[in-house]
Write a protein that binds this ligand. Structure first.
Ligand code: CA
Length: 231
């Protein structure tokens, strides 16, 4: 799940970013309205947390322009305590929810979960391949209906493989996208291989046809080779 945080105060932005990361979200911070608008216009965010008080381009104007442009990503606006009018206008402009500053991170993540549940069909929040299912809201994984316990990193790795099901993913892709390491003196290859081996043991071993395949010299592919449909 990717969250765009549009917030100009570095301390608040940083706290949100790390807090959301602890909750298992990938948070991207935009520090200006202009940057926020640019990021939000692209695809790939599941939710947008938008501060209304921004230098340059103000939050409400951004929200309005996004909605007019057909961007329907759920938006939570952040408003000042006395900003009753802002809240009303924000909701009128197409915000899905609001939070009054200062707020507890737990409150924000509860709102995010609620919006994700409400705003999407169950399908979008569940990734599947054959009888393997990953639920992004409860962060649980099952195969053939039996639950599989994964560590946080294993979950992210499996999520990445499922999002790219049927396509080869390289180790450097995994290092950059799952481990968030793009350049490193020592490659992460061994670490990745160890995680893949553990994941494979949990997901494939004794649970049915193998889904996680190694493509020698290239990387990995998650694929149902028994001819079942992939979702
Ligand atoms: Ca601000």
């Amino acid at each position: 799940m990717r969250v765009l945080v549009v917030e100009d105060e570095p301390k608040v932005a940083q706290a949100l970013k790390s807090g959301l990361a602890d909750e298992g979200y990938e948070a991207v911070v935009a520090a200006t309205g202009e940057e926020g608008f640019y990021q939000a216009s692209g695809t790939g965010f599941d939710i947008i947390v938008l501060d209304l008080m921004l230098p340059g381009r103000d939050g409400l104007e951004i929200l309005q322009t996004l909605r007019r442009g057909g961007v329907d990503t759920p938006v939570i606006i952040l408003t000042a305590r006395d900003g009753v009018e802002d809240r009303v206008r924000g909701l009128d402009c197409g915000a899905d929810d609001y939070l009054v500053k200062p707020f507890a991170l737990a409150e924000l993540s509860a709102r995010i979960r609620a919006l994700l549940r409400r705003g999407r069909t169950d399908e979008a929040l569940r990734l599947k391949c054959a009888d393997l299912e990953l639920d992004l809201v409860s962060r649980s994984v099952t195969r053939g209906g039996r639950s599989i316990g994964l560590t946080g990193r294993e979950f992210e790795l499996l999520e990445y493989l499922l999002r790219h099901a049927g396509r080869i993913v390289t180790r450097s892709q995994l290092a950059a996208e799952v481990w968030k390491v793009s350049r490193r003196a020592t490659p992460l290859d061994n670490v990745i291989d160890v995680h893949i081996a553990r994941l494979r043991k949990k997901v494939d071993h004794g649970r049915g046809p193998r889904l996680i395949h190694t493509v020698r010299g290239v990387g990995f592919i998650l694929r149902d080779e028994t001819g079942g449909a992939q979702a």
